[in-house]
Design a protein around this ligand. Structure first.
Ligand code: FAD
Ligand code: SF4
Ligand code: SF4
Length: 462
């Protein structure tokens, strides 16, 4: 008999005042007792609607039933059949619009905390499992994987398990993609991503960092001169957008990607870090998505007063509600219906203030959201010494410009066949943000999985 408690068991979190001064993980994870109690809320529904909400179709009721019995390793093994990165997805998946969004317990209360249970099972496995991943026998086929984000790690892992000799080429000095350079430590500890990468290396995957494909070496060269029979492109969408307003070239204006990379990957907040970051006192973050929340919360942890500037209202904020609430608890201030029109600098070229215009909401635009309209004569200046633009990203054109026969969309996304990830170029596959534009970890992983299966289909009989 299921426990009919209407709400989820709360996730223990670090106190908001304390955590706004450190980069430690905010959500502390369920205890064994709480995980079992939460698992008992699951009705083990006959039609299993939650599974339809998960892009990689984890057998959710099955793993939750094992958890409700305290069989945590068995629960993990069920999840691992469908997902290569459960400790990551349990933390960062937008569950409210995916698996949990379909849970029947959500009709008259809160859904089962599927993400939290998945995170618990994955963490339990990491601390208790004794078996190291085995290195499968080689099948002699070589595959190159470009980029090392979730799409690439999934593709590499699936192929390595089948015996392929996989080499991952990553432009940065550390593997992990947005999981390490974008999503901050307080939401996703780097050690968790590193354990996943270590498991791939143990299975025989070679990871070559500091290799920019298209500069150091091209895809054509990898295939024609280095014997790679297939290539997977998982290079993400890391090219930032700017507003094009006066003052954007001043010192102290960052794209969110650059700001987060300096903090997350290069530990710029440490006094001995070789990559500096401006120790700003008043930071404006422009945008309202998850990336804006991450940048704002990082700036707050560096000691700044932080204001998020967003041109629509709180109701239209695209960021996850949980991230917005955490940011507010940590002291981030929000200015809604506000849009920057220019940035002014001091005599040394550093940001000094931001001029903003008030907005009102007009008729719905093509996306169905009401269009923000400027209020005439409403401009005012606010003192700021740093501005972070979090306005979205698109794929970098480098791969397209240096690979022959690779078709892309108008905005630079690589064109693929949906059920295989095959591009317009024979034996070259792609997936993740490089194809869809900025999306989610789990969708990128799904694309990596699809491409790995398609590559195996083509190469297995050669
Ligand atoms: P990426 O993770 O972008 O990895 C691409 C990799 O390719 C990078 O390491 C890059 O350096 C490398 N690369 C690029 N060009 C080259 C080249 N020419 N040669 C070699 N290597 C190259 N999603 C969620 O589901 N939940 C979240 O909470 C969430 N938060 C986010 C927070 C931030 C700050 C950002 C930026 C994104 C967030 N996302 C989140 C989105 C999610 O992280 C991405 O959708 C996902 O990482 C895309 O995976 P990917 O494998 O396509 O590429
Ligand atoms: Fe839900 Fe994401 Fe886990 Fe799927 S991978 S069950 S969507 S948390
Ligand atoms: Fe359990 Fe909710 Fe899935 Fe039903 S929909 S099986 S209650 S998780």
């Amino acid at each position: 008999m299921a426990d009919m408690r209407p709400d989820k068991h709360p996730m223990p979190v670090q106190d908001a005042v304390i955590r706004s001064h450190n980069f430690g993980e905010v959500a502390l994870g369920y205890s064994e007792e709480t995980a079992i109690a939460e698992a008992k809320r699951c009705l083990n529904c006959r039609h299993k609607p939650c599974i339809a909400g998960c892009p990689v179709k984890i057998h959710i009721p099955e793993f939750i039933q094992e958890m409700s019995q305290g069989n945590f390793e068995a629960a993990y093994q069920i999840i691992a059949r469908s997902s290569a990165l459960p400790a990551v997805c349990g933390r960062v998946c937008p569950q409210e619009t995916q698996c949990e969004g379909r849970c029947v317990r959500g009709i008259k209360g809160e859904p089962v905390a599927i993400g939290r249970l998945e995170r618990f099972a994955a963490d339990w496995h990491m601390t208790h499992a004794e078996t190291a991943p085995q290195r499968p026998a080689s099948n002699g086929h070589k595959v190159a994987v470009i980029g090392s984000g979730p799409s690439s790690l999934t593709c590499a892992g699936d192929l390595a398990r089948l015996g392929y000799e996989v080499t991952v080429f990553e432009a940065l000095h550390l593997a992990g993609g947005v999981l390490v350079y974008g999503i901050p430590e307080f939401r996703l500890p780097k050690s968790i991503v590193q354990k996943e990468i270590d498991a791939l290396i143990a299975m025989g995957v070679t990871i070559r960092t500091n290799v920019v494909i298209g500069r150091t070496i091209t895809i054509d060269e990898l295939m024609q001169e280095h014997g790679f029979e297939a290539v997977f492109i998982g290079t993400g969408a890391g090219l930032p957008k700017f507003m094009g307003i006066p003052g954007e070239n001043l010192k102290g204006v960052y794209s969110a990607n650059e700001f987060l990379t300096r903090i997350n990957l290069m530990k710029a907040y440490k006094p001995d870090a070789s990559t500096p970051i401006q120790q700003a006192k008043k930071v404006a973050v422009v945008g309202g998505g998850n990336v804006a929340m991450d940048a704002a919360r990082c700036a707050r942890r560096l000691g700044a007063d932080v204001t998020v500037i967003y041109r629509r209202t709180e109701a239209e904020l695209p960021a996850r509600r949980e991230e917005v609430e955490h940011a507010m608890e940590e002291g981030v201030v929000f200015r809604f219906l506000t849009n920057p029109v220019s940035i002014a600098g001091d005599s040394n070229g550093w940001v000094q203030s931001v001029r903003c215009q008030e907005m009102t909401l007009g008729e719905p635009d093509a996306s169905g959201r009401r269009r923000p309209v400027a209020v005439e004569g409403s401009e005012s200046d606010t003192e700021m010494d740093c501005v972070i633009m979090a306005l979205g990203t698109s794929p970098n054109p480098l791969i397209k410009d240096t690979t022959s026969g690779l078709e892309t969309t108008r905005w630079g996304g690589i064109v693929v066949t949906e059920d295989t990830g095959l591009t317009s170029r024979e034996n070259v596959y792609a997936g993740g943000d490089a194809v869809t534009g900025a999306a989610t970890v789990i969708l990128a992983m799904g694309a990596g999985k699809t491409a790995a299966a398609a590559i195996h289909d083509v190469l297995k009989d050669r």
